[in-house]
Ligand binder design. Structure first.
Ligand code: NAD
Ligand code: TDX
Length: 339
């Protein structure tokens, strides 16, 4: 099979590229990524040596360039990871989120239609369901939970999801959607909670916890997400949405304390800062559908996954230090300077 993977130079996309090259040595992976601040070619260094891997530095909104790739590579399937993915950035500047996340999705699906009704998978998020209250631990997101977004980011992802389902119903495009909870693991960009806290703790910088740190996220090791997507692409029912999550809810403050403990750093580094606007309280996925239909279960326990992740950041300092020494400094000063 030849598969186009968009956003393959980012966090989850790159983990997926490596997972697929390893699992299916005869398949071809064509990565399409325009290398925004979040995309990093050094992440794909090993993949670039593999003859079954090809990289195009291309914007998914660029219809002409996307069509040329489809003509040349003749893909059997497309998995769309490419997106603006950071909630805080979407609050500062929503426009690029609407462009990439919605219009980019449209361009990719139009190419799928044009070149033979190609199988299309959309990588979405649990954030499209909004949030759950902290005092109702009995509630979970199912695929039937109404879309009810909070941020420009989640609204753009929800818009894309609706478009994907519309392309299925209107044009018969063979689509699936996965809605996953928070991922963690190697190559996670250090603007996100876990890698940011690891990077700051290692140099004894303050650890900026939003609000009271009570917000809960449902954490999943990135490789478990990759396995779920692979299963859905190969065996999922066309036109369906699958929730992906590991029943692994943790409050932000507990994660930050755990990182301090693992790195032997004092909790006095923790600094409570102004809350995120519209901050979602709790995400929690009910993964029964993907478990019952496709046999998926998360394999990495959080205690093991977080240790592996911290070790990866210790072993790969040059990867993230190069990032935080660049434009990231301006980002950090703007977002955290006066907070
Ligand atoms: P990321 O920000 O680390 O990577 C995004 C990648 O997309 C980057 O390589 C970037 O260069 C590329 N990209 C952005 N705009 C592009 C464009 N216009 N054309 C081509 N490439 C473009 O994101 P991530 O955390 O790896 O998330 C990947 C996908 O998974 C996103 O769709 C996100 O919404 C979804 N998701 C993420 C999580 C999570 O916890 N990180 C959870 C659920 C779903
Ligand atoms: O400095 C911080 N301090 C802090 O308290 C940062 C960066 C985050 N937080 C909090 C906000 C959230 O409650 O930590 C939690 C996690 O924040 P993020 O890492 O920004 O992730 P989140 O907003 O939950 O969104 C992530 O999961 C769903 C991804 O970034 C999305 O792309 C995905 O769809």
């Amino acid at each position: 099979m030849t598969m186009i993977v968009t956003g393959g130079a980012g966090f989850i996309g790159s983990n997926f590229v490596y997972y697929m090259l390893d699992r299916y040595p005869d398949d071809k992976i064509i990565c399409v990524d325009c290398l925004t601040y979040a995309g990093n070619l050094s992440t794909l260094k090993k993949a670039l040596k593999n003859p079954n891997f090809k990289f195009y530095k291309t914007d998914i909104c660029d219809r002409k360039a996307v069509n040329e790739i489809f003509e040349k590579e003749k893909p059997d399937a497309v998995v769309n990871f490419a997106a603006e993915s950071h909630v805080d950035r979407s609050i500062e500047n929503p426009e690029i989120f609407l462009k990439t996340n919605i219009l980019g999705t449209q361009v990719m699906m139009d190419a799928c239609r044009k070149y033979g009704n190609i199988r299309y998978h959309q990588v979405s998020t649990d954030e499209v369901y909004g949030d759950l209250p902290l005092d109702r631990p009995d509630l979970f997101f199912t695929e039937e939970t109404p879309i009810h977004t909070s941020s420009p980011y989640s609204s753009s992802k929800a818009g894309a999801d609706l478009l994907v389902l519309a392309y299925h119903r209107t044009y018969g495009l063979p689509v699936t959607i996965s809605r996953c909870s928070n991922n963690y693991g190697p190559y996670h960009f250090p603007e996100k909670l876990i890698p940011l806290m690891i990077a700051n703790a290692l140099v004894d910088k303050p650890l900026p916890v939003y609000g009271k740190g009570e917000n809960v996220r449902d954490w999943l090791y990135v490789e478990d997400h990759c396995k779920a997507i692979d299963l859905i692409v190969r065996k999922g029912r066309i036109g369906e949405v699958y929730n992906v999550g590991g029943h692994n809810e943790l409050a932000n403050i507990d994660i930050v304390k755990l990182i301090c403990k693992e790195l032997d750093k004092p909790e006095s580094l923790i600094t409570y800062v102004a809350d995120r606007k519209g901050h979602d309280m709790r995400y929690a996925i009910d993964p029964s559908k993907i478990h019952n239909e496709l046999g998926w279960l998360p394999e990495t326990k959080f205690q093991d996954g977080i240790k592996k992740t911290i070790q990866w950041y210790l072993d790969n300092k040059e990867w993230w230090q190069e990032i935080i020494n660049g434009e990231y400094q301006n980002y950090y000063a703007k977002m955290y300077g006066q907070r």
